[in-house]
Design a protein around this ligand. Structure first.
Ligand code: G16
Length: 534
């Protein structure tokens, strides 16, 4: 067995790097992550011991980032992100330089647990990146030095590993195998459709960013006729093509079709979708048959579609007391927020970027819908939701009301309750459009987006950019926010903010305004100010 000392020496920490557990775990160039992957194996094991041996997950992925990058993150027993109070420990432990320090951190953590003899259990999965197998080996060694048991699930989407982690700790949630994931998705879809006498959903073409999502969609295709997907950018065995000119991040930030679709002629007025590299984000889009223009249906649109769908079903039930709220980030288009508040008459809350923030806020509602504009999100349903609807279902005799209540209950099984999941989110979009008889054009006409643009700037030190008010205002560098406010005030419906990325070494600038020209000018003006302050 590998000793702690041998493991520490086998995976030395590079001297000139300070690692940080960012928006979604540690992310760097894959070749620079060996020591972090080894240590994440230890962190996950310690987390498992601290929870009396509950199963913890590790995902090796850099999601939307370029192929040469990679990342590691820890999943908690109920499929949620590592609690934020563990992040300072993760940071200190990932950065300690000497074996003495390294050993001290482990001892300190173990001293805090009720029973140190508990054997940790960890499950792992990775995306398709070339550095994945190597980092997996390092993580397995980290688990081994703490005498943990590890199960490697091979290549999965990130949400599949979230699902599995939950299943190991909460068997009612589903079967703890990859097939269990598909069974739950397919049987729930079939049951919802049968309530409306449908047997299948129309096929949708999905750009899977040359990532793991392509393989998994093909698997779903082969298992059932309920769902059919045409996969493009499905070259899973070419990791160097991951997220290159394709995928959810490309489509959202460039506001255009994936390159592959630009070359062909997408069918007008048809639903298309793009996943990111590990299939935890989805954006939809279509080409308008009248104008021949690309129309993006991003995370904000998916949130409003789900709210409209769930709201319309709830409206059919009398006397059911269910609260619904929507959680967004500063990136949400101002028009979407207005639509939610004024048309849907629902409350909107803002949190900083990162699922870990949105997820917790959404848990405060019976139906908590959270989506980042980039397509990362889900809908959470409370225990009260299930019990109220079950009681309603048992008492009503009305066929239509029964179907509505059953659909609502089944949605809690269809939509991944642990994290944003491109596959289950897309299927929910398809189900919602089918049951509401809504076309993509009608979905796109719910509101008109304000022109918006996202910029990425390289700066000397991104940690100098500190924010408050759900990242909508800067508190540092000193004096910059006042300059930004002055710039923003020059534009009609102008809104802009600046924040440091938690997944890339860059600062992001978001701008929106009444016209595209004004938006572009505002964005460029803000970028100039940022450059002057960095
Ligand atoms: C991750 C997070 C998302 C976040 C995105 C960008 O996405 O899970 O919540 O919006 O990074 O974050 P930042 O602007 O801090 O770089 P993914 O899909 O890469 O896991």
């Amino acid at each position: 067995m590998l000793s702690l000392r041998e493991g520490f020496d086998r995976y030395p920490k590079p001297k000139d790097i300070t690692y940080s557990y960012g928006t979604a775990g540690f992310r760097y160039i894959g070749d620079l992550l060996d020591s972090v992957a080894f240590r994440i194996g230890i962190i996950a094991s310690l987390r498992s011991i601290s929870l009396g041996g509950k199963t913890i997950g590790i995902v090796i992925t850099a999601s939307h980032n370029p192929p040469e990058q990679n990342g590691v993150k820890v999943i908690d027993p109920m499929g949620e992100m590592l609690p934020q109070e563990w992040e300072p420990f993760a940071n200190e432990f990932a950065n300690c330089e000497t074996f003495e320090e390294f050993q001290k951190y482990i001892k300190q953590k173990l001293q805090q647990v009720p029973d140190q003899r508990v054997r940790p259990r960890v499950i792992l999965a990775r995306d398709t990146r070339a550095s994945g197998p190597h980092l997996l080996k390092a993580a397995l060694d980290g688990i081994a030095v703490i005498n943990g048991t590890a199960t490697d699930f091979g290549m999965l989407t990130t949400p599949q590993l979230h699902y599995l982690t939950r299943c190991f700790n909460d068997p009612k949630f589903g079967r703890n195998t990859e097939n269990g994931y598909y069974e739950k998705l397919l049987s729930t879809t079939r049951r919802i459709l049968s309530l409306y006498d449908y047997t299948f959903l129309p096929s949708v073409t999905v750009d899977t960013a040359n990532g793991i999502g392509g393989d998994k969609l093909s698997r779903i295709d082969s298992l059932s006729d309920v769902l059919n997907f045409g996969v493009i950018n499905g070259k899973t065995d070419h990791p160097e093509l991951l997220n290159v000119d394709c995928g959810a991040d490309y489509v959202k930030t460039q506001q255009k079709l994936p390159a592959e679709l630009q070359k062909s002629s997408p069918k007008p007025d048809q639903l298309y979708a793009s996943f990111d590299g590990d299939a935890d984000r989805v954006v939809c889009y279509f080409v308008d048959g009248k104008t021949n223009k690309f129309r993006l249906l991003d995370g904000d649109r998916i949130a409003t579609l789900f709210a409209t769908f769930i709201g319309s079903l709830l409206k059919q039930l009398s006397g059911v007391d269910i609260t619904m709220g929507i959680v967004q980030t500063a990136y949400a288009n101002g028009s979407s927020t207005k639509f939610i508040q004024e048309e849907l008459k629902l409350p909107v809350y803002f949190t900083p970027t990162g699922v870990k923030h949105l997820h917790h806020k959404a848990q405060q509602f019976d139906v908590g819908i959270y989506f980042e504009a980039n397509g990362h999100g889900t809908v959470l349903f409370s225990k009260k939701y299930t019990s109220e609807l079950s009681i309603f279902l048992a008492t009503t005799t009305d066929t239509k009301q029964k179907a509505a209540a059953q659909t609502l209950l089944l949605l809690a099984d269809l939509i991944n309750q642990t994290v944003g999941d491109s596959i289950s989110d897309l299927v929910t979009v398809m189900v919602a459009l089918k049951i509401m008889g809504k076309s993509v054009n009608s979905w796109g006409a719910d509101y008109t987006e304000l022109p918006n643009r996202l910029f990425k700037l390289k700066v000397k030190d991104r940690s100098a950019f500190k924010t408050t008010d759900a990242e909508r205002k800067l508190v540092s560098p000193s004096g910059l926010q006042a300059k930004l406010d002055e710039e923003i005030s020059k534009y009609k419906q102008g809104r802009s903010f600046v924040r440091a990325s938690g997944t890339e070494d860059a600062v992001r600038v978001y701008a929106e305004a009444e016209t595209q020209e004004e938006c572009d000018n505002l964005g460029s003006g803000v970028c100039e100010l940022v450059k002057a302050f960095s």
